[in-house]
Design a protein around this ligand. Structure first.
Ligand SMILES: NC(=O)c1ccc[n+]([C@@H]2O[C@H](COP(=O)([O-])OP(=O)(O)OC[C@H]3O[C@@H](n4cnc5c(N)ncnc54)[C@H](O)[C@@H]3O)[C@@H](O)[C@H]2O)c1
Ligand SMILES: O=C(O)C(=O)C[C@@H](O)[C@H](O)[C@H](O)COP(=O)(O)O
Ligand SMILES: [Zn+2]
Length: 347
């Protein structure tokens, strides 16, 4: 247990059972996608009340929309769910983001708990209270900050996770090292993905995120560190999501975005050539190169105009002053973003 609201390890679901048996808990709704319904629900079912209702949505980022929220809102409404209802979000970041948002606005807010089942959701998405859905092709364009009642991280769920998905989650762990944990980067980068038990790494990564969120829950300053790799990463993810057959995973886009933003840090004179080399060599040793052509770089960069860290026409990026030392609110131009993508493409 990291704090009173976050439980990690093989007792996490026992703690969830305790919460769900409290008198103040009314109807229980479990949100799953097609995969977590089949692969994760059997383990969770052991701790659910018999009366729990399961709501299933299709799997995938393309369903992280307002339209999908309506499926949950309709089920809640038809079951006459009241303010005592609790929504249990069982899945990856799509489920924890969408389920958190849908719960936060139903009748102006019912409680929800996060039971993340991907590495990405266990180290990042389930923690910190950012919820939301994509809109008009832009990532997380609609959302609210709303903390879950609690988070229950059971690493056993990772046993059925595809290796590609595991790697996508690893990108957010690497992000945490690069912005605030030089020692984590130095200790772990040679191990790469060859991890037997993810529990200690999940615990460290989540604790780092919680420390930052606790100081700036609404992202007015420090929390922007957690967005390293995302100005370019979200632009790339959004662009490729619109191209049938070229979709990439969030973590894959963030890994590419981290290469670009590490180069921007070097380009701005914040980071040494030696550190640039160390970071990009490591990232390319783990993540495959994302494919695009140089002709596309302007269209990709354009998506950064909708980044939530921007102020008016100024695109504010989180960059690195060194390994483990992120720095936020660094203005970059669209042309510099396009140049960073061309740099990535040439590597
Ligand atoms: N709120 C935040 O702070 C935050 C942080 C990082 C990412 N995100 C968001 O999270 C989303 C990405 O999350 P994700 O990578 O978990 O994707 P995801 O939720 O789409 O899950 C990935 C795939 O794995 C399947 N799956 C989930 N758990 C499984 C399991 N245990 N076994 C087998 N299959 C399983 C899912 O059905 C899905 O097909 C993005 O939308 C991103 O924007 C949010
Ligand atoms: O928790 C945060 O703060 C983050 O930025 C974590 C990111 O990994 C995550 O992808 C988040 O959803 C991005 O948020 P956004 O505000 O850029 O949409
Ligand atoms: Zn992310």
């Amino acid at each position: 247990m990291l704090n009173e609201k976050l439980f990690i390890g093989d007792q996490a679901l026992v703690e969830l059972a305790k919460l769900l048996s409290k008198p103040a808990v009314g109807q229980v709704f479990v949100l799953v996608d097609a995969n977590t319904g089949a692969q994760c629900l059997p383990l969770l079912a052991k701790v659910l009340p018999d009366s729990a209702r399961v709501v299933e949505i299709p799997a995938g980022e393309e369903y992280k929309t307002l339209a999908t929220c309506e499926t949950l809102w309709a089920e809640l409404t038809e079951a006459r769910a009241d303010r005592y209802a609790v929504v249990v979000n069982l899945g990856g970041g799509v489920i924890t983001d969408l389920g958190g948002f849908a719960a936060a606005v139903y009748k102006r807010g019912v409680r929800f708990v996060q039971v993340p089942t991907t590495l990405l959701a266990q180290v990042d998405a389930s923690v910190g209270g950012k919820t939301g859905v994509d809109f008009m092709g832009f990532k997380n364009q609609l959302g609210v900050f709303q903390e879950p009642a609690a988070v229950f991280i059971e690493p056993r769920f990772l046993q059925t996770l595809d290796p590609r998905q595991l790697k996508s989650g690893y990108a957010e762990i690497v992000k945490h090292w690069l912005i605030a944990d030089a020692d984590g980067f130095a200790r772990n980068r040679y191990v790469g993905m060859l991890v037997d038990d993810w529990t200690p790494l999940i615990g460290e990564s989540v604790a780092l995120k919680q420390r930052i969120v606790a100081q700036d829950p609404l992202e007015s300053g420090l929390r922007k560190l957690l967005n390293f790799g995302h100005t370019v990463g979200h632009a790339l993810e959004s662009y490729l999501l619109q191209q049938p057959g070229r979709e990439i995973l969030h973590g894959e886009a963030v890994a590419a975005g981290m290469v670009c933003e590490t180069w921007l840090s070097y380009h701005k004179g914040l980071l040494s050539a030696e550190e640039l080399d160390k970071i990009e060599t490591f990232l390319f040793s783990v993540f495959e190169k994302v494919q695009f052509v140089t002709l596309e770089t302007k269209a990709i960069a354009d998506f950064a105009r909708q980044d939530k860290k921007n102020s008016g026409a100024i695109i504010n990026c989180t960059l690195l002053e060194g390994i483990g030392r992120g720095v936020y609110d660094q203005a970059v131009t669209l042309e510099e973003i396009a140049e960073s993508l061309r740099y990535y493409h040439r590597l």
